[in-house]
Design a protein around this ligand. Structure first.
Ligand code: HSE
Length: 312
């Protein structure tokens, strides 16, 4: 079959950290998503257009999809380029993996245009160049679920990327996205550079507990393990309403949750759809009272990551 000349991908939002797993755990959502359309050019280079109102850079070296595609093109032994059209469905700076989605969508689309020479692990590795543009760090906790779907553990980034992709647990996610921006760079700048051993022990016990809970579908264990002793306390001051939103969501029946990525979105995991809607409403009511506009997202954990939706 001839290769397509144009490919369109939907690249979903993701939740990084998932409470206790700073920079290592991630979950894939079904929505919102970015739409990335790539068209093959026979000359080298990238032409990037944003079909949205976010005024993001279109210089390939400063654009998250551009940086990821430049890394991919360095691996391809032919003079090739792409026209890239990006429509952001995920607001930048929302804490639900906006930059990761565009980078993941771009490399998944390029891979399809080239006849799928790269496996998911390589695509995660390439898309991380986009994260470096956005936050200064090549972290994969949003990229991995955006590409692999489900629930992912990034066991190592260096010296060799080691991503463990696990099936999506049958849980529902509630997200509140208050409409203020927290820049990942700034949210990383407030983090401690050293952690007392006693806290580290509690934290990695929770990471193990959460992974075990997801694999065995043990919701009580998941609930106990959804606590972050290190990163959330340092970032809480950047997120007005966090404590109240959590309290209300738990009262509505959520299993637990916390800051989504570096915020400002807050996520809660729930055992069913009705509870997820109740938890989302409960969190929304906190921001309504504070006079802060917000968006709610409710959906299952997605089993599939960025996917091709059209080829020409
Ligand atoms: N793990 C990252 C952080 C995710 O919390 O800073 C944000 O992109």
């Amino acid at each position: 079959m001839p290769l397509p000349s144009s490919v369109t991908v939907h690249a979903p939002a993701t939740i990084a950290n998932v409470g206790c797993g700073f920079d290592v755990l991630g979950l894939c959502l079904t929505a919102p998503y970015d739409t990335v359309r790539l068209t093959r050019r026979d000359q080298p280079g990238l032409i990037i257009r944003h079909l949205d109102d976010y005024d993001l850079p279109t210089d390939p070296n400063r654009n998250v999809a551009g940086a990821a595609l430049l890394a991919l093109l360095r691996e391809v032994d032919e003079p090739l380029g792409f026209e890239v059209e990006i429509t952001k469905g995920i607001r930048p700076g929302s804490g639900i993996g906006s930059s990761a989605a565009s980078a993941a969508g771009a490399v998944v689309a390029a891979n399809a245009l080239l006849g799928n020479p790269f496996d998911n692990k390589k695509l995660v590795d390439l898309a991380m160049y986009g994260e470096a543009v956005a936050s200064g760090v090549r972290h994969a906790d949003n990229i991995a679920p955006a590409i692999c779907g489900g629930f992912t553990l990034v066991r190592a980034v260096l010296p060799v990327l080691d991503v463990v992709a696990l099936p999506a647990p049958p849980l529902w996610v509630a997200v509140v996205h208050p409409q203020f921006e927290v820049k990942t760079r700034e949210a990383r700048a407030v983090l401690p550079t050293q952690v007392p051993l006693a806290l580290a022990v509690r934290q990695w016990a929770n990471v193990g507990g959460l992974v075990a809970g997801f694999l065995t579908h043990d919701n009580e264990l998941i609930s106990r393990a959804l606590e972050d002793y290190i990163v959330e306390p340092a970032r809480a001051a950047l997120l007005p309403g966090l404590g109240d939103a959590r309290k209300r969501a738990l009262a509505a029946g959520a299993l637990g949750g916390g800051i989504s990525g570096s915020g400002p979105s807050i996520f809660m995991l729930n055992h069913d759809e009705a509870t997820a809607h109740a938890a989302a409403e409960a969190m929304g009511s906190v921001y309504r009272k504070m006079g802060i506009a917000f968006h709610l997202h409710v959906g299952p954990i997605a089993s599939e990551g960025a996917r091709v939706v059209a080829t020409e």
